[in-house]
Design a binder for this molecule. Structure first.
Ligand SMILES: *Cc1c(COP(=O)(O)O)cnc(C)c1O
Length: 374
């Protein structure tokens, strides 16, 4: 076994890369304006699991379609989980990822919740290292650009019996990503959903599973119908406690200046424990901003905005990093957050996190995982 830069053993991956990669001209054209999730690199990684053999056949192969039996179990019953993280190219040309062992751990917890085989960290991180090394030319230059990495796993057992699959496939694909806000950070308007819930106690809210997203789409459509960009999820029992925004965690800024304080909804078991959320708790402490995990209600939000206690609200996640929330709307009225524009605490935290990821600031918590050296 080889090891990564931190000495962790990596799973051996057989390299059978594409013999027909995109031309440098075509790649440059794509990297100039990659958008999000539209283009994929030349290769991908796959590995198989069976009861008899465990994880095996870990291989880097050309990116290409899957052939599936129509009775493949996950298509019918949804044993399907995923992760999302990014590789960044620093100014010196080196390439890093951000806290990949956190994603590896969450991927295992998602698998456990869906009664799937757990992927070893060495294979999760090993697959990322292999693909990023092979397709390093696809990691864009420029701040806020990155290579988005999408690990995922699904049951490949063939048959319509409802039971945990006896075979799984793990895959990793990569997609160059442009700046989320190419024309500057712009606040989103949110719809507080009363009709639909994302997760209930004992359900799959903590797991990054495909089904959670399928179940969320109707609420997202309802948000659009009300002129909003995103849906905010409330707790399933009282429809009172704020949980998340779409596929991102939420933060509330109380007060301003030196007295500013952050509150993010506690991880009650129905929220997805975001790695961006976790990182911001630490970055806030670094910046001397008090940050607490607390329950926060719809009334707290509305009244806090009315009396000025709440000055800023933002959402956070790997894809967009930090997105300010400008307006909130519900069946019982709508209100503006602060000035309705991106606030100073939001933008300061956003820059602090981006500076670590892009190598502009000292990585004092050793969050960066080097893959390709300068
Ligand atoms: C992935 C995800 C997040 C954000 O997690 P990060 O690790 O910060 O990217 C938040 N909420 C949901 C529902 C998610 O799926």
């Amino acid at each position: 076994m080889t090891a990564d830069a931190t000495g962790t053993a990596l799973w051996p991956i057989t390299l059978n890369p594409s013999t027909n990669p995109a031309s440098p001209e075509r790649r440059a054209e794509i990297l100039a304006d990659p958008g999000f999730g539209r283009y994929f690199t030349d290769n991908m990684v796959r590995a198989k699991w069976t009861e008899e053999a465990g994880w095996h056949d870990a291989e880097l192969v050309p990116y290409g379609p899957l052939m599936l039996d129509p009775a493949t179990n996950f298509v019918h019953y949804g044993q399907s989980i995923f992760e999302g993280l990014k590789a960044y190219r620093h100014a010196d040309g080196s390439i890093v990822t951000f806290r990949p062992h956190m994603n590896a751990g969450r991927f295992k917890r998602s698998a456990r919740r869906l009664a799937m085989a757990e992927l070893p960290d060495e294979l999760f991180v090993g697959s990322i290292e292999a693909l990023v090394r092979q397709d390093h030319a696809w990691v864009p230059e420029g701040s806020e650009k990155s290579l988005y990495l999408r690990p995922f796993m699904f049951s490949t057992e063939v048959g319509l019996g409802v039971r945990p699959g006896n075979a799984y496939e793990y895959m990793l694909i990569a997609s160059p990503a442009g700046a989320y806000f190419p024309r500057g950070v712009k606040p989103v308007n949110v719809w507080l959903s009363d009709d639909y819930v994302r997760a209930a106690d004992g359900g799959t809210g903590e797991a990054k599973c495909a089904g959670n997203y399928a179940a969320s789409l109707i609420a997202q459509a309802e948000a659009s119908a009300h002129g909003c960009d995103q849906v905010v999820w409330l707790d399933a029992v009282e429809r009172r406690w704020i949980e998340e925004m779409g596929g991102m965690n939420l933060y509330f800024v109380m007060g301003s200046g030196d007295g500013a304080r952050l509150v993010t909804p506690s991880l009650t078991g129905t929220l997805l424990p975001g790695i961006t959320r976790d990182s911001l708790l630490t970055i806030a402490a670094d910046l001397g901003i008090r940050a607490n995990e607390e329950r926060i209600s719809v009334d707290d939000w509305r009244d806090g905005c009315a009396n000025g206690d709440i000055t800023e609200v933002f959402a956070c996640g790997t894809a967009a990093v930090i997105t300010p929330v400008g307006q909130a709307k519900s069946r019982n009225g709508s209100w503006q957050v602060g000035s309705g524009e991106s606030g100073p605490v939001t933008m300061r935290l956003r820059q602090a996190l981006l500076d670590i990821q892009t190598g502009e600031a000292h990585d004092k918590h050793a969050w960066l995982h080097p893959i390709v050296s300068a």
